[in-house]
Design a protein. Structure first.
Length: 230
């Protein structure tokens, strides 16, 4: 089935990264060594909302995907896996750091060998850019029909001396990593993103509601009509 394609200009905006995380992320991408998790955060200041729901741990990442927001989620995922406790990760994010998303995806997939993990985009929520990497890691992927999804290629942003912001270079390694991540959940969707140029370094974006998305790529997620935003 052919998906509707909406095109607009877009800049990828990578966030600031701490040196220790950058080194660990590079090692991860190169397959050199496993990542033990960042060690710099003040836990009380991190953006995490947790609660219990019928024995299942419910986490919320309703913020930018970034090292400081991802770390708190990773701590809870590891603890849930140790306890054998299933969890739901609610997502409402416009995206953020691709590398941080890849690490969170890695932790979710590692934990999914021991527990069931639902990634959820609630009613009125959004999962855009690098957030799709996180969404793809759930053993169950659910979205409300009106949730908004978006995918695009990775590009740097360059600040010129005169204050202008210009589009930088494409980042093929990140595009390939995103294709691989999404392909683990739905190979057909990943191939479509590549073949249509969405993950080919150009300015193409794919935007759709979850209901539209489900009609085009039903293997990637299930629709939910009774999961409001927190």
């Amino acid at each position: 089935m052919t998906a509707a394609l909406r095109i607009r200009r877009h800049f990828f905006r990578p966030g600031p990264e701490k040196p220790a995380l950058a080194a660990a992320l590079l090692a991860f991408l190169l397959g050199v060594a496993p990542w033990a998790g960042p060690a710099w955060a003040d836990y009380e200041k991190l953006c995490l909302v947790g609660s219990a729901e019928g024995g299942r741990l419910v986490l919320s990442l309703h913020d930018r995907v970034a090292p400081e927001t991802v770390e708190s989620v990773i701590r809870e995922i590891r603890q849930a896996a140790l306890e054998g406790r299933d969890l739901t990760l609610s997502l409402d994010s416009g995206g953020g750091d691709i590398l941080a998303a890849l690490f969170l995806e890695s932790e979710l997939r590692a934990a999914s060998g021991r527990i069931r993990i639902e990634t959820l985009v609630p009613a009125g929520g959004r999962c855009m850019s690098s957030c799709l990497i996180v969404l793809s890691a759930g053993t169950e992927r659910v979205a409300a029909p009106d949730a908004r999804l978006m995918a695009h290629a990775a590009r740097s942003k360059i600040l010129m001396p005169d204050g202008r912001t210009v589009k930088g270079l494409a980042i093929p390694a990140f595009d390939a990593a995103m294709e691989t991540s999404i392909g683990r959940a739905d190979p057909a969707f990943a191939a479509w993103l590549r073949d249509t140029g969405v993950l080919a370094g150009d300015d193409t974006e794919y935007r759709a509601t979850a209901a539209e998305f489900d009609r085009a790529f039903p293997a990637f997620l299930d629709l939910s009509t009774d999961r409001p935003a927190d």
